[in-house]
Design a protein around this ligand. Structure first.
Ligand SMILES: C[S@@+](CC[C@H](N)C(=O)[O-])C[C@H]1O[C@@H](n2cnc3c(N)ncnc32)[C@H](O)[C@@H]1O
Length: 258
């Protein structure tokens, strides 16, 4: 679901759920990457509160829950993802400390200064990196952290085909140094950045294997939205394989220091 330009409302939501609801993750990431990002965060206790924004069905949330004592609230716009998220918490016996709620990242259901950590993997693009960082800051306590992944250029210059694709899909895509400056301007101390390994992207595209795409096309035969959706997923994956040295997700970890 890294189609950053089209909001999920532009596609039939049933198609999205049929496609992504059964996969463990809805974007590039892995338990190892989640744990690496978590290693930069100090001071979490059983009294701390974490929000995972754009949590999807909760792949990364469950990793956080199994490696911290804190309370975690997952927020996603998509009720079917939250339903699946809450079933997953029960399967893993995490329901006492992890809860999924349907909500919009543009209007989060938290009080000012309530959170110790804001997490968001593969989702902040829905509000925009700069806007998300500055709008969400007030929900953090002083000393609280934010950890997000964001699609980022690895080089100053890129071939036109990939430049044009991402400028159209997500005009906010930029270099690591620009994103770090945006983080500082939004009022955070940049604590760490690291590149999410290529294997997270190849695994992500791999789970959307041709058989899964064909069965969706069969189910929604003649449905233009479904055909366009699959065509887009295939094109995005093809471009990734061709141009992966030029871009990818980067984890940005920042601290609210005042
Ligand atoms: C690429 S998926 C990432 C899901 C999950 N964090 C992961 O890494 O597997 C982006 C998620 O953002 C959610 N989303 C999109 N717009 C949203 C909004 N306005 N508020 C909350 N969640 C939103 C989608 O439903 C989807 O679950």
């Amino acid at each position: 679901m890294s189609n950053e330009n089209q909001t999920i409302h532009e596609f039939d939501l049933n198609i999205i759920y049929d496609y992504f609801g059964k996969t463990e993750r809805q974007g590039p990431g892995s338990p190892e990457v989640t744990l690496k990002a978590l290693s930069f965060i100090d001071g979490l206790t059983a009294e701390s509160k974490i929000a995972d924004i754009g949590c999807g069905t909760g792949g990364q949330t469950m990793v956080l829950a199994q490696n911290t004592a804190s309370e975690i609230i997952g927020v996603d716009l998509f009720p079917e993802f939250i339903q699946q998220f809450n079933q997953n918490t029960q399967k893993l016996n995490l329901q006492d400390k992890v809860k999924g709620v349907t909500g919009d990242m543009k209007n989060l259901p938290f009080k000012e200064g309530e959170l110790d950590l804001i997490w968001s993997e593969g989702a902040i693009y829905n509000i925009g990196f700069e806007r998300g960082l500055s709008k969400w800051r007030k929900f953090l306590k002083t000393g609280g952290y934010i950890a997000v992944t964001e699609n980022t250029w690895f080089t100053q210059e890129r071939p036109t085909e990939i430049e044009d694709f991402w400028q159209e899909a997500y005009p906010e895509i930029d270099t690591i140094s620009s994103k770090v400056t945006q983080m500082e301007k939004a009022g955070y101390l940049p604590v760490a950045t690291f590149v999410v390994p290529e294997s997270c992207w190849t695994d992500y595209y791999e789970v959307q294997h041709p058989q899964m795409q064909e069965s969706l096309l069969e189910k929604y035969k003649g449905n233009k939205s479904a055909e366009d959706f699959i065509a887009y997923q295939r094109y995005e994956a093809e471009l990734y394989h061709k141009y992966k040295e030029y871009y990818g997700y980067v984890f940005y970890i920042g601290k609210r220091i005042k």
